[in-house]
Design a protein around this ligand. Sequence first.
Ligand SMILES: [Mg+2]
Ligand SMILES: [Zn+2]
Length: 190
Amino acid sequence: MAPRSPPPTARALFVDRDGTLNPDLHYLKEAERVELYRGVGPAIRLAHQCGHLVVCVTNQSGIERGFYSAEDVAAIHARINERLRPFGTRIDAFYYCPHAPESRCACRKPGTLLFERAAADLGIAFAESAIVGDRPLDIEAGRRLGLLTALVVPPGHEELLAAEVEREGTRPDITASRFGLAVARILARG
Ligand SMILES: [Mg+2]
Ligand SMILES: [Zn+2]
């Protein structure tokens, strides 16, 4: 008989990377160019204070396309945590898909494999967890897993994104104009 493991109980705030934590510079290779959006540091610190792990799940097809390497991605993730250090906080874990969409892997969002891997590694309960992202595919992944979903919609992008969300049937539970507001609304739901 297989040993029975305890049920997962950790709460996680899953966060997308490009366009959510940092401006999306499209196939960004150089870690020194990474800047976080204003308000990201305090919001991540607050999520920790409220008992959440903060886990970044990101599609990085630029690896398979040959635009940058796994080492470049690791350096960018180290840089993000360096940027968070002045706020006394950090991303607890990063998971990335290195594949191009044509590879039809299970890990590229809206695939859920990376989330499932994180949950197994960290004991995360999806029903107690949430996701913040800037694309319908982030919301779709979250919905498949039963996460509370929040979409960051920058001012001026409302109509475009609303049409996309409508088309893809990926209506989020929460929309907010900035990452910090999205996190505040998630945490306010208890
Ligand atoms: Mg994004
Ligand atoms: Zn993949």
